[in-house]
Design a protein around this ligand. Structure first.
Ligand code: ADE
Length: 241
């Protein structure tokens, strides 16, 4: 998969893209993340990318020309045709595991990050094909949001995680929060691992984990259960607890 990121602060990506799972995925050529500086496409020697808003008001607005020219030049160089062009903005649709899953299916996507300012609406209307927010709060720019999105996508690319199924048991992958996990030692400061996990009985362990997932979700995120996929027996069981 190729991910092109257009932004105003490319250096912000240096460390996050060079650590852990994203780094390993890049080294194994499962993903190629390329960061571009929108200022390289500005038209003046001050490399101006923003301007005052028409109609007045606070803040600056990102100009359309450098963003369109950056996106189009990169698409042309790569012969990319129609690819998802995603603006990171607090006004977009909310990022979720299913959105990440949907984006991970594309061989090539482009992310566009603003900073401080909003985008000229013509970028949203005529260049972007999608707009994504990582939550109902405002960041200083889209760069951090793009990093979150890249991380969520890359770990879903087949072959990226050590074991093919490790993303399947993540929180949210089945609409539920993940069950509690334990490792050695068996007892730490008088706190013992639940005995069922030491029993070797795989079907009982799977059942226990499923119950823990449901209980935890009901307690912490009941909103998820409304759309979660519980069978009738599990619903009945949950009401008894
Ligand atoms: N840019 C600023 N705030 C953002 C958010 N919450 N999500 C995505 N991009 C943003």
């Amino acid at each position: 998969m190729r991910i092109d990121i257009l932004c105003l602060f490319p250096e912000m990506f240096t460390s996050p893209l060079n650590q852990s799972i994203v780094k390993r995925a890049s080294e194994r050529e499962l993903v190629n993340v390329v960061v571009h500086d929108i200022r390289d496409y500005a038209h003046d020697r001050h490399r101006t990318v923003d301007d005052y808003p028409y109609g007045g008001g606070p803040g600056m607005v990102i100009k359309p020309e450098p963003v369109f020219e950056a996106a189009e030049s990169i698409k042309d160089q790569l012969n990319a045709g129609e690819i998802p062009v995603i603006l990171l903005s607090p006004q977009g649709r909310l990022l979720s595991q299913s959105v990440a899953r949907e984006l991970a299916l594309h061989p090539h996507i482009m992310l566009i990050c603003g900073h401080y300012e909003g985008f000229d609406e013509r970028i949203c209307e005529h260049l972007a094909t999608d707009e994504i927010s990582i939550g109902d709060y405002v960041l200083s720019g889209g760069e951090l949001a793009a990093m979150v999105l890249v991380d969520a996508i890359v770990r879903l690319i087949p072959g990226v995680l050590g074991s093919e199924c490790s993303a399947d048991s993540d929180s949210h992958s089945d609409g539920l929060l993940e069950y509690p996990q334990y490792t050695r030692p068996e007892t730490y400061q008088n706190w013992s691992v639940p005995p069922i996990l030491l029993s070797g009985n795989h079907s009982e362990i799977a059942q226990w984990r499923r119950r823990q997932s449901i209980l935890r979700t009901a307690e912490r995120r009941p909103d998820l259960l409304k759309k979660g996929s519980l069978c009738d027996e599990e619903r009945k069981w949950m009401l008894e607890n």
